[in-house]
Design a protein around this ligand. Structure first.
Ligand code: DGL
Length: 261
């Protein structure tokens, strides 16, 4: 049976697990919300690399995982290269801002990118933008959203403070006719409704959970996974988290286990 380890700094990675749930069967999925070290997006790359190495080591020792999903753009940027070098046999899939699907879906050519400060500052993001060698008619409006992850973790989405933060970040996008916004942090799909409400004119929001799930299915099947049966999900956290929210996002009733790494 395929054993999958998935991690993020908190609730955000569950937006990826929601997509995995729709595609992957006959597997065991272990999820770690590393809230003790959250938010990742305002830590240094060196710190995030260490958290990622510790979590991966734990997944291997405790659950003998075959596949690792880094359900976090920030941790992907800081650690995927080293993790792949260290564990060449393991399936390792990261999360990257969906610039490519946004380019194919925009009509105005003006695309917004919302992400954490660390993701936008990272080399990996720059390489992604360069690789897609952004065609001339495409303009990217990049915006770091410090503090948004904390508001989401607190369950404070529907508050004046969160709306004011988002309004200030989205204003330049609105003014410049942005019709597609890349949600470059796995927490941000949880704020989709508020973002849609503030942007009004039916902006397209891009996140990559579904693409990650399909990629895992294809790599898993190549290494012998048979996609039949149930998906068993076990949730862990390294610190305090809204466990009710975790369960309801996945429609589960099971206990969330507190672990230390
Ligand atoms: N969910 C993470 C991401 O995709 C970041 C959350 C955080 O800043 O802790 O980038």
């Amino acid at each position: 049976m395929l054993k999958i380890g998935v991690f993020d700094s908190g609730l955000g990675g569950l937006t990826v697990v929601q997509a995995l749930k729709k595609v992957i069967q006959g597997a065991e999925l272990f999820y770690i919300a590393d809230t003790k070290n959250a938010p990742y997006g305002e830590k240094t790359s060196e710190q995030i690399l260490q958290f990622s190495l510790d979590i991966t080591q734990h997944f291997i020792e405790t659950h003998q995982i075959d596949a690792l999903i880094i359900a976090c753009n920030t941790a992907t940027s800081a650690s995927i290269k080293i993790l792949r070098e260290r564990y060449p046999e393991m399936i390792i899939i990261g999360t990257e801002p969906g610039i490519k699907p946004a380019i194919s879906q925009t009509s105005t050519g003006n695309i917004g990118v919302l992400a954490t400060p660390t993701t936008l500052q990272g080399d990996k993001y720059q390489q992604l933008v360069n690789r897609l060698s952004t065609p001339k008619h495409i303009t990217l409006y990049e915006q770091a959203c410090p503090g948004l992850v904390e508001q989401i973790e607190k369950g404070a989405l529907d508050t004046d403070k969160t709306k004011e933060m988002l309004m200030a970040w989205l204003h330049p996008m609105k003014k410049n006719n942005v019709d597609t916004i890349v949600l470059g942090c796995t927490h941000y799909p949880l704020a989709s409704e508020v973002i849609q409400e503030l942007m009004q004119d039916g902006v397209k929001l891009i996140h990559t959970g579904e693409a990650i799930a399909k990629h895992l299915l294809s790599l898993g099947e190549k290494s012998g996974h048979v996609n039949e049966g149930s998906l068993n999900i076990i949730l862990y956290t390294t610190g305090s988290i809204n466990t009710e929210c975790m369960r309801s996002m996945l429609d589960m009733t099971e206990t969330v286990h507190l672990i230390s790494l």
